[in-house]
Design a protein around this ligand. Structure first.
Ligand code: MG
Length: 378
C-alpha cells in the first residue's frame, strides 16, 4: 500500500513547460515512458559499464545496468509503499549522461574541460532530459516532472547548483530529495557492486579465492556450499550473488523503514527536511559494503588490463576534445551550429559546452570511429 511519505503524482511540483494531465497514466508513468522512448536510452546499450562493449556479449552495459537498478529499486519501492513509477523513471534515466568508456571516459572529459567547469555525469544526465533530447513539438528535452529531475541529479557542485534553479536548491539548502530518489541512489550501488563481481569473475580478472577474502561474499558463498556441497561453476557464483543481493535488499528495506518510524516521518516535507537521508543500510552492512567496494576498486577497477583500457579511453576522449575545441569546423554541421550559437550566448564556455554535449552523447563504437576519422590518415 502506498504510504503518506511517498511522492505523489497528483502533488507533483510540475514540469518546466505546463502540459495537460495524461489521460490514463500518472505524471510519473509518463516520465518513465518518455525516458524509454528517448534516443539517449537506446544509446546506453552501446556504452561501457566496466568492460568495453566489444570484450564479450555477456558483460553488463549501461543499459542492462540501468535495468537492474530499476528492478532492484522497484521491488524495494513496492515493499516500502513508495511510488514505483517515479522510482523506475529515475533508475532508467540515472545514467543517460554517461560518456562512452565508463568512468575512464568521464574522468578524461572532466580533466579536458577543467577550465570551463569540468564535466559531471549527473549534471549531464539532467541536461539530456532537459535540453538535448529533441523529439517533442512543444518543448525541448523530455519535459519531465521536478521529482524525476531531482532524482536524476544525485550529486552536484555548489556553483553548478546555483545555475540550475529549482533542482539545484537542495544542494545549497542541504535538504533531502524524495525517498524514491534516495532509494534509487542506493539501488544503483547494490546493482553495480554485485554485477561487477559477476562480470569480474567471468572475465577472470578476479577469482573466487580472492573474493572469499571479502566477508560479505565469503558468508554467502559458505552458505551456498553448505546447502549444495556438490554445486560447481557458474551456478555457485550466481547463487552466491543472488543471496548477497537478497541480503542487502532486506537490510536496506528494514533499516530504512525503522528510520522512517523513529523519525516519525509523515509526509514528503518531513522527508525533505530531515537532516540526513532516511534510506540507508544498517551500520554493519554499510561497513561490509565498504570492504567489498575497496576490494573491487583495488583488484578489478585498477586491474592492469582494465587500466590499459582506461588509458586508451583517455586518448580517444582527449583526441576528440582537443580536435573539436581547436577547430569547430570538424564538428558535424548541426553541432557546429549549436557551438556557434552557444559561443554567442556564453563565450568560450559555450563553445566547450557544445563539444562536451557531442562527445558525452557518443557510444563507445561511435567515439572510436570518430577518432579514426579525425586521426587516421590511411
Ligand atoms: Mg549507475
Amino acid at each position: 500500500m502506498k504510504q503518506s511519505y511517498a511522492a505523489s503524482p497528483e502533488q507533483s511540483l510540475g514540469r518546466r513547460v505546463n502540459e495537460p494531465a495524461p489521460t490514463y497514466r500518472s505524471e510519473f508513468q509518463r516520465d518513465r515512458d518518455r525516458i524509454i522512448h528517448s534516443s539517449g536510452f537506446r544509446r546506453l546499450e552501446y556504452k561501457t559499464q566496466v568492460f568495453v562493449n566489444h570484450e564479450g556479449d555477456l558483460y553488463r552495459t549501461r543499459l542492462t545496468h540501468s535495468l537492474e537498478v530499476a528492478q532492484i529499486a522497484r521491488a524495494i519501492a513496492r515493499t516500502m509503499g513508495l511510488d514505483e513509477d517515479l522510482t523506475e523513471a529515475i533508475a532508467l534515466a540515472h545514467d543517460l549522461g554517461h560518456t562512452p568508456f565508463g568512468h575512464a571516459g568521464q574522468d578524461a572529459l572532466n580533466a579536458c574541460n577543467k577550465q570551463y567547469g569540468g564535466f559531471e555525469h549527473n549534471l549531464q544526465s539532467l541536461r539530456v532530459v532537459d535540453w538535448l533530447e529533441s523529439s517533442y513539438a512543444d518543448f525541448p528535452g523530455l519535459n519531465l516532472t521536478f521529482e524525476t529531475r531531482e532524482g536524476i541529479l544525485k550529486h552536484c557542485s555548489i556553483p553548478h547548483a546555483r545555475e540550475l534553479g529549482d533542482v539545484g536548491e537542495r544542494f545549497i539548502n542541504k535538504t533531502q530529495p524524495s525517498l524514491e530518489a534516495q532509494l534509487t541512489n542506493i539501488a544503483d550501488e547494490i546493482a553495480y557492486n554485485n554485477h561487477d563481481i559477476d562480470d569480474g569473475l567471468r572475465s577472470g580478472l578476479i577469482t573466487l579465492e580472492g573474493m572469499r577474502e571479502v566477508a560479505l561474499f565469503a558468508e554467502s558463498y559458505d552458505r551456498v556450499m553448505w546447502d549444495y556441497p556438490e554445486l560447481k561453476g557458474r551456478k555457485v557464483i550466481h547463487e552466491t550473488i543472488r543471496r548477497i543481493i537478497g541480503f542487502q535488499v532486506i537490510d536496506l528495506t528494514e533499516n530504512s523503514l525503522r528510520n522512517i518510524k523513529e523519525a516519525n516521518i509523515q509526509n514528503l516535507d518531513d522527508v525533505r527536511n530531515h537532516p540526513q537521508p532516511l534510506i540507508e543500510f544498517s551500520q554493519k552492512l554499510f561497513k561490509s559494503n565498504q570492504e567489498l567496494k575497496r576490494y573491487l576498486r583495488k583488484n578489478l577497477y585498477f586491474h592492469h588490463k582494465v587500466y590499459r583500457m582506461t588509458r586508451k579511453a583517455q586518448l580517444v576522449i582527449e583526441g576528440l576534445y582537443n580536435a573539436f575545441i581547436e577547430d569547430l569546423k570538424l564538428l558535424p554541421p548541426e553541432h557546429q551550429k549549436l557551438a556557434e550559437q552557444y559561443q554567442k550566448d556564453k563565450g568560450e564556455k559555450g563553445r566547450a559546452l557544445a563539444v562536451i554535449d557531442y562527445i558525452a552523447g557518443m557510444t563507445d563504437r561511435y567515439a572510436r570511429a570518430e577518432y579514426k576519422r579525425l586521426y587516421d590518415v590511411n
